[in-house]
Design a protein around this ligand. Sequence first.
Ligand code: IMP
Length: 189
Amino acid sequence: MELYFATGNPHKLAEANSILSKFGVLLRHAPSPKIEIQSESLEEIARYAAEVAYRSLGSPLVVEDSGLFVESLNGFPGPYSSYVYKTIGCGGILRLLEGNANREARFECVVVYASGETLRSFVGIARGSIAEAPRGSGGFGFDPIFISDGCGGKTFSELGPSEKSAVSHRGRAFRALGEWLRSSGRAYA
Ligand code: IMP
């Protein structure tokens, strides 16, 4: 089964495809841009983008919205993660947390599947903490400063792609999508 994925981020496409290939699903990069409204809800952002992309493409597709939520910053940068990464980056988040003992954080990911009659959301959460300094060279975005629970203190950047997907917010959300595609008879594997 093939589905479009409306995203401008090649890392997200690669991570999602490595998960969905196990369910017999291939994601193709959608030619339409992802339209992003301003909202505090990842789900609202992803559902709106999926509806707009479906109207333009007319084929079943998925859209994903994700973000890093730092507990002692009241969830900042959350839905603004992409902009915050581009402006202050990992270094900026580390500076905001200087001297702060509470470094708890989580990544959240919402994947929305859209076809003519269906609009369905799948949520994945990865809990962990913000490192004292960036570590590792893999991945993208805030990976060098995020230590996922249950990974021996390694940052996402220090994990291999399949190790990251096993625990990541994106891995969890796309596996839930894959299970649903299979159980609803849309994908066969
Ligand atoms: P958006 O979903 O395109 O709005 O972007 C979310 C932003 O959150 C990305 O640009 C990254 O900065 C960050 N982000 C989301 N998922 C990950 C991840 O798996 N690793 C590192 N950063 C991420």
